[in-house]
Write a protein that binds this ligand. Structure first.
Ligand code: NAP
Length: 114
């Protein structure tokens, strides 16, 4: 609250997208068994929206980041992206200019569907 350029980046995932889970052409429908993880990321996206609304007047931008499938401990390093590549979107959102977006979910490709 004391910063003039406060930024909050919530680490989400494409697996939190209701749109992708209901798109029968999406590869994500094959991963529906990740129930708790996907539901937690969808809930996190709602937290992003509500915090963004709450903190807008304070100039704080709150966004969700989807890093993409990144080789980390979480997936026994099977992800296709390096950690540096996976960090690109979260770092970009952490350094948003004052006219940048708030209350959205983003990947390297830009805005992601809810
Ligand atoms: N990797 C991917 O492909 C991918 C894709 C989409 C989204 N994400 C998201 O990106 C974020 C980072 O994941 P990652 O791939 O970097 O996973 P990771 O390598 O397993 O790292 C997870 C980190 O969370 C910390 N952590 C776990 N439980 C915690 C707790 N209860 N309290 C505090 N810290 C805790 C761990 O700390 P310790 O090391 O001390 O245990 C670790 O530093 C996660 O939110 C994940 O869902 C990852």
């Amino acid at each position: 609250m004391k910063s003039k350029h406060g930024r909050i980046v919530n680490m989400s995932s494409g697996l939190g997208s209701l749109t992708r889970h209901t798109d029968t052409n999406s590869a994500l429908t094959l991963r529906n068994m990740l129930l708790a993880y996907s539901a937690s990321k969808a809930a996190l996206n709602m937290i992003t929206v509500q915090f963004a609304n709450e903190l807008k007047s304070a100039g704080i931008k709150v966004n969700s980041a989807c890093p993409g499938y990144t080789a980390t401990d979480m997936n026994q390093h099977r992800g296709m992206k390096t950690v540096e590549q996976g960090a690109a979107t979260p770092v970009r959102l952490a350094l948003l200019p004052d006219d940048g977006p708030t209350g959205g979910v983003f990947s390297d490709d830009g805005p992601e569907p809810w």
